[in-house]
Design a protein around this ligand. Structure first.
Ligand SMILES: Cc1cc2nc3c(=O)[nH]c(=O)nc-3n(C[C@H](O)[C@H](O)[C@H](O)COP(=O)(O)OP(=O)(O)OC[C@H]3O[C@@H](n4cnc5c(N)ncnc54)[C@H](O)[C@@H]3O)c2cc1C
Length: 422
C-alpha cells in the first residue's frame, strides 16, 4: 500500500482524492484546516447576503464517504520535510510515499499587510461574513447619522482591483443598493450609494477581449459604479483610499487586487516564483522530487512560450484529476502522462441578467451569458441537495427582490492566516 498525503481539499485536492478513491494499492490521507470543501466562486453571494456560507460548502466526510481508502484529518500543515518524506502538522508528523500539495492562495497586499484590516479580501466564509457585516453596518450607521459628510462617506464603497472578483463585488453592491435596499430606509436613499472600482491596469477584466470588457464596464456604470483604470492605490486607512494625489473618503474598502500562493512552498526551501507558486514539470510534480505533486493556485505550470495557466477553478480541478491518475500510473509501474489543459472558456457576472462569457471565438453578454454562468455555477456546486436549495434560494431572492440573509453579525477579529473569527 502506498500512502498518499493530500494537503488541501479545494478543487485540486478534492479531485486528486476522488481519482485515488477506492483504487487498489493506495491509501490516502487528506488534510485540510477546514472540515469542508468551499465553492469559492460563489463567495461574493455570501458577502452580499444572497446565500449563506453553508450553501456553498460541503463537509469532506460526506463528500468522500464512499471511498474506503481515504482518511480525513482536520488540521493545518505547517511544513514539509522533503528529505524524510514527512509533513509536519499541528497534530504531529505524517509520513508519505507521494505528496500532493494543493493549498491554494491567499490575498497579497504588496508589502502592505497593515491594509488588510481596513480592506478585507474574499477567500473564506469568515471573510465573506465580515464583508457582509461591514456593508450592512455602513447602511445602518448612515441611517442614524445627522452629519451629511459622514453619511456620504458611509455610502461610499471602494473595491480595489478590477478582476472578476472585484467586478462581481461592485456589481452586487450596485444592484443591492439600487433594487433591494432602497425601500427599507427612511433617512437615507441607498440609490445614492457611490461605488468605485480602482484598477491599476488599462482595462478591467483583462482576461477577456476588450469588447467584452467594455460591455462589462458599461453594465457596471448603469449600476452606478465608477471605474478608475490606471490608478494605483498608495494608501488605505480607516477613512478611505489614497490614489497618488487623489483621495476617496469611503466607509467600506474591499480588496480584490492581488493573490499569493500559500506559504508552504517557502518553508520547504524550494525556489518559488514571485507569487510564491511552486514550479512544476509537465507531469505536475517537482523537478527534484518526482514523488511530490502540486496543483491548482499553488502550482506554477508553464505552457509553451512562457505563458502560465491562470488561477481558476477549472485549472485546479483538471490538475487534481491528472495528479491522481499520474500517481496511480506510477504505482502500477506505468509511464505518467503530461498534463494538458482543456480551456472551457471564461465567464464573469456583473449582476442579475448581466454577465460575459468567452470561449474560443464565441463571445456572449447579457441574458444568455448570465444563464450560462448560472447553470455552470449551479452544476459545479457539490451535492444535488446543495444545487437544488441554492437555486431555490436564489430564485426566491430574485423574484421577491429581498435578500433573506441580510442580517448583521457582530464584529470579527482578523487572524494572520487571512481567516477571521468572531
Ligand atoms: C471570490 C472568488 C471568486 C472566484 N471566482 C471564480 C470563477 O468565477 N471561476 C473560476 O474558475 N475561478 C474562480 N475563482 C478562483 C478559484 O476559486 C480558485 O482558482 C480555486 O479555488 C483554486 O483551487 P485550489 O484547489 O488550488 O485551492 P483552494 O480552492 O483555495 O483550496 C485550498 C484548500 O487548502 C486548504 N489549506 C490551505 N493551506 C493549508 C494548510 N497549510 N494546511 C491544511 N490545509 C490548507 C484550504 O483550507 C482550502 O480548503 C474565484 C476565487 C475567489 C476567491
Amino acid at each position: 500500500m502506498k500512502h498518499i498525503v493530500i494537503v488541501g481539499g479545494g478543487f485540486a485536492g478534492i479531485n486528486a482524492a476522488k481519482a485515488l478513491g477506492n483504487k487498489k494499492d493506495v491509501r490516502v490521507t487528506l488534510i485540510d484546516r477546514n472540515n469542508y470543501h468551499l465553492f469559492q466562486p460563489l463567495l461574493y453571494q455570501v458577502a452580499m447576503a444572497a446565500l449563506n456560507g453553508g450553501e456553498i460548502s460541503y463537509p469532506f466526510r460526506k463528500m468522500l464517504t464512499k471511498y474506503r481508502n481515504i482518511t480525513i484529518y482536520k488540521g493545518s500543515v505547517e511544513n514539509v520535510d522533503l528529505q524524510n518524506k514527512k509533513v509536519q502538522t499541528e497534530f504531529g508528523d505524517i509520513e508519505y510515499d507521494y505528496l500532493v500539495l494543493a493549498c491554494g492562495s491567499k490575498h497579497h497586499y504588496f508589502g502592505h499587510n497593515e491594509w488588510e484590516s481596513f480592506a478585507p479580501g474574499l477567500k473564506t466564509i469568515g471573510q465573506a461574513s465580515e464583508i457582509r457585516r461591514r456593508v450592512m453596518e455602513a447602511y445602518e450607521h448612515a441611517e442614524r447619522t445627522q452629519d451629511p459628510t459622514e453619511r456620504k462617506k458611509l455610502l461610499t464603497f471602494v473595491i480595489v482591483g478590477g478582476g472578476p472578483a472585484g467586478v462581481e463585488l461592485a456589481g452586487s453592491i450596485g444592484e443591492m443598493s439600487r433594487y433591494y435596499l432602497s425601500k427599507y430606509y427612511k433617512n437615507i436613499d441607498p440609490k445614492r450609494t457611490r461605488i468605485f472600482v480602482v484598477h491599476s491596469g488599462k482595462q478591467i477584466l483583462k482576461e477577456f477581449s476588450p469588447e467584452l470588457s467594455s460591455k462589462a464596464a458599461r453594465a457596471l456604470e448603469l449600476l452606478g459604479v465608477q471605474i478608475w483604470t490606471e490608478s494605483k492605490v498608495t494608501n488605505i486607512d480607516e477613512n478611505g483610499v489614497q490614489i497618488g494625489k487623489e483621495r476617496i473618503e469611503a466607509g467600506t474598502v474591499l480588496w480584490a487586487a492581488g493573490v499569493r500562493s500559500c506559504s508552504i512552498g517557502k518553508t520547504m526551501g524550494i525556489n518559488t516564483d514571485s507569487s510564491g507558486r511552486i514550479p512544476v514539470t509537465e507531469l505536475l510534480s517537482l523537478e527534484e522530487h518526482p514523488e511530490v505533486f502540486c496543483g491548482g493556485d499553488q502550482a506554477r505550470f508553464e505552457l509553451p512560450g512562457n505563458e502560465q495557466l491562470p488561477g481558476l477553478a477549472s485549472v485546479a480541478l483538471q490538475q487534481g484529476k491528472a495528479i491522481g491518475k499520474n500517481i496511480l500510473r506510477d504505482v502500477a509501474g506505468k509511464p505518467q502522462k503530461p498534463f494538458s489543459y482543456f480551456d472551457k472558456g471564461k465567464m464573469a457576472t456583473i449582476g442579475k441578467y448581466k454577465a460575459i462569457v468567452e470561449f474560443g471565438n464565441t463571445k456572449l453578454s447579457g441574458i444568455p451569458a448570465w444563464f450560462i454562468w448560472l447553470l455552470v455555477h449551479i452544476y459545479f456546486l457539490s451535492g444535488f441537495k446543495h444545487r437544488f436549495f441554492v437555486l431555490l434560494q436564489w430564485g426566491w431572492s430574485y423574484f421577491t427582490f429581498g435578500h433573506a440573509t441580510r442580517i448583521v453579525n457582530r464584529e470579527w477579529r482578523f487572524y494572520p492566516d487571512g481567516d477571521v473569527v468572531e
